[in-house]
Design a protein around this ligand. Sequence first.
Ligand code: ATP
Ligand code: MG
Length: 645
Amino acid sequence: MSDTKRYPVPAAFRQRALMDAEMYQRWYQQSINDPATFWGDRAQELLQWRSPWQSVCDWDFSTGDARWFDGATLNVAENCIDRHLAQRGDKAAIIWEGDDPAESKTITYRQLHDEVGRLANLLRARGIGKGDRVCIYMPMIPEAAYAMLACARIGAVHSVVFGGFSPEALKDRIQNAEACALITADEGVRGGRKVPLKANADRALSQCPSVHSCIVVQRTGGQVAWQDGRDFWYHEQVPQQPVDCPAESMDAEDPLFILYTSGSTGKPKGVLHTTAGYLLGASLTHRYVFDCQDDDVYWCTADVGWVTGHSYIVYGPLANGATTVMFEGVPTYPDASRVWQVVDKHQVTIFYTAPTAIRALMGAGDQFVTGTSRASLRLLGSVGEPINPEAWEWYYRVVGEQRCPIVDTWWQTENGSILIAPIPGAVDTKPGSATLPLFGVVPAIVDDQGKELEGAVSGNLVIKQSWPSQIRSIYGDHQRMYDTYFSTYPGTYFTGDGARRDEDGYYWITGRVDDVLNISGHRMGTAEVESALVLHPKVAEAAVVGYPHDVKGQGIYAFVDLMDGEQPSQALIDELKALVTKEIGAIARPDQLQFAPSLPKTRSGKIMRRILRKIANNEIDTLGDTSTLADPSVVDVLIAARLNT
Ligand code: ATP
Ligand code: MG
């Protein structure tokens, strides 16, 4: 497919950007050649330390173990709040936008300090301290951020579980982390609908004897059951606590949080991140990938239940003293213009979302965008899945009016912070490419035997050196970290993703290695075929998987979701197959094409191809773990209409 399209940095953006091409190159080279000096300097610039480190880094990828800033002490909450008070006490730390467009509020850094201090004192009063695990199961309300920061303040390790998860999934995660407390709300509100968080929590907690305290935020005032001695109302307890709460001195390598991966490929893993390296990775990348400056209003639409919410709603922006927008609702409620209305309302300058949202908004029609101003926007970002070039172009032209660079950011829960993305004032973009590695990141492409491939090639994406915010362990199962990431291609971190590198050294994520297609011996990433299908103006979204084929070994089975108002037809099937042939070649022409009213996705919005593969293979009795699926009913619809019976 043509990937020669290249967009230079828009001139107006370049003029005020924090980093230009020369600086990016200089920093990158130093970060690779002399990581100790590079990261030592960044650590001094970006973070506040209580006591210095003995060594900057010490790592070994034959085991996967890494230590950064060993011997140093600091506190994450102090870095995200206290040190900003002198200069930015009255600056908005969080702008909260409710699900209901009439509801919003601003929390200054001073208010954030007081809220977090009180909650931290309540946790201490409940006997919770350094090293204890606290589960957070919350809607997108400021108290979710207060809870994370309160844990960080007292050295407790938080495990945020996405508020859309079931009681069963919550129970598994609480048990796995052996949490002693849960912070939740009576109910959440999303898209006008209520989510029974406390009722879910009650069901989970009935099987979690480790939890002695459940702190409940009153969000809706809905009826909830109560267990005296265990359950406490946030609004009754927190205001009684003093605001001053001395922050715990944390070792650089003390755990900060556990976070379970989104479960696209199988059973979620409890990824453990530690204190200093994580915070440095989050703050550095937030500052330079988003070019975030003091007057910016920055909005990441992720949920705090995902790593993107951790690093790019809470820790990165607050460590940098930025204003971060927190949105309780969904992009299409009350209608598909909502996010652009919010951009105008709060004069958002930097907007970061996921391809699933971009495709949904594109599918709804341009009129929802063009009816808003968006004049405040200067940078757009994408994360979570490969972004199809068609969706990228739409984001660039219709949303950003060709004025805003797009940063396509590739990274994983295990990485802690973005690893591959364009520095927006420095790197030209290409639609669909995450472009170039960030500081300290040494990517490589290897074949299935682990041999490193040079030049313009595709294969398995690995990382060759440690970076500060890398995974430190899988909670309770350190061996699983080694087995999952460091055993496949010894001496490297294996991402599980496939990638192509082009003649300019740009990286194109082609999808998960487990999903790779092998057609008559030709290996192909799912993203390439899907992007060809999405080029068609009637197609909103597409997912392709392989299925056994007598002649070719594997055939291509495509699931296609049409734009709102478009009708399926045989003529359209023919057109779509022809389009793929034209864009990629006959080898990639789908053998089966099924129209899908919607695609099965994880709760973080990623297409779950392993389920689609089961449907295409007609193995519907062995769908595997579907607990992380957002809407299981989608699967039944697809099964009923499957072609390969
Ligand atoms: P699990 O590991 O449990 O299967 P997951 O991989 O979906 O879940 P995350 O850590 O949330 O959990 O997602 C990381 C993955 O998302 C990456 O490995 C990659 O496949 C995909 N991804 C994230 N950002 C991008 C991007 N910008 N371009 C392409 N793919 C991306
Ligand atoms: Mg993963």
